[in-house]
Design a protein around this ligand. Structure first.
Ligand code: ZN
Ligand code: ZN
Length: 240
């Protein structure tokens, strides 16, 4: 399986991550990545950068250490009507939007709360991919949501860090992948790396994808053209 871009990575802009964008790019290049998305946490997370971090991303060069840098965010899905903690005005300036459910911002009453939050987030036009929807703490009605993701063109993430940190299990990932395969929903394979050496390394994800014979054509970041076209169609011609 060819993976050419790591579309969920953190930098020292988040205090629980330990590398700079330059270090991330250098390792990404070594690990065969053509592009990465820099997706630090939206300001409502306790460790997140100030909103100015996102407003200023435009000063970064398009390529660092030979790797294309997408200016992104990991926004937070909220349980209430608001749905997301970042507004469209900011999201419209970015190239890539991961939307994830996190503690402590999301305290679910039951799995219905998670299901409803995922159903609602589909209506946000800026969201590209649902981050780590395999978290053990936040189970939901997978069939119902995957059908909705398909309908609204939202992708699903397979997240290396979630598995390695034990926040999700191979079993849940397999269950999700089999549904993505059945309903033909594209999957984005990401590391969610918080340290440069982990960028572009997907060993656990590869194993799980193999175990369900997941089709390469449904892996969104297996081809640069596919990634590039999606970004241009959805976020505009950003010169990549
Ligand atoms: Zn996350
Ligand atoms: Zn993350």
């Amino acid at each position: 399986l060819n993976i050419i871009a790591d579309l969920h990575t953190h930098t020292i802009a988040c205090t629980h991550a330990y590398s700079t964008i330059t270090e991330n790019c250098a390792c990404a290049y070594e690990n065969g990545m053509k592009a990465i998305a820099m997706t630090d946490h939206a300001p409502s997370m306790p460790d997140a950068p100030h909103i100015w971090h996102f407003n200023n991303l435009h000063i970064l060069p398009r390529k660092i250490k030979g790797v294309t840098v997408l200016r992104g965010i990991e926004a937070d899905i909220l349980p209430g009507k608001e749905a997301l903690d970042v507004d469209g005005e900011l999201l419209s300036t970015l190239d890539w939007v991961v939307a994830s459910i996190h503690s402590p911002l999301f305290i679910p009453s039951d799995s219905n709360a998670v299901t409803n939050a995922y159903l609602r987030i589909c209506e946000n036009r800026y969201v590209d991919v649902i981050g780590h929807p395999t978290t053990l703490k936040f189970r939901f009605d997978m069939v119902k949501c995957i059908k909705r993701f398909k309908e609204y063109g939202k992708m699903i993430e397979l997240n290396e860090s979630s598995i390695s940190a034990g926040r999700s299990t191979a079993e849940i990932c397999r269950e999700l992948l089999l549904l993505c395969k059945k309903y033909e929903v594209p999957v984005v394979v990401n590391t969610d790396a918080h340290f440069c050496e982990l960028v572009g390394r997907f060993d656990l994800c590869r194993e799980i994808l193999d175990s369900v014979s997941f089709p390469e054509e449904l892996v969104f970041n297996s081809e640069w053209d596919k990634v590039r076209q999606h970004i241009i169609n959805k976020h505009g011609d950003i010169g990549i």
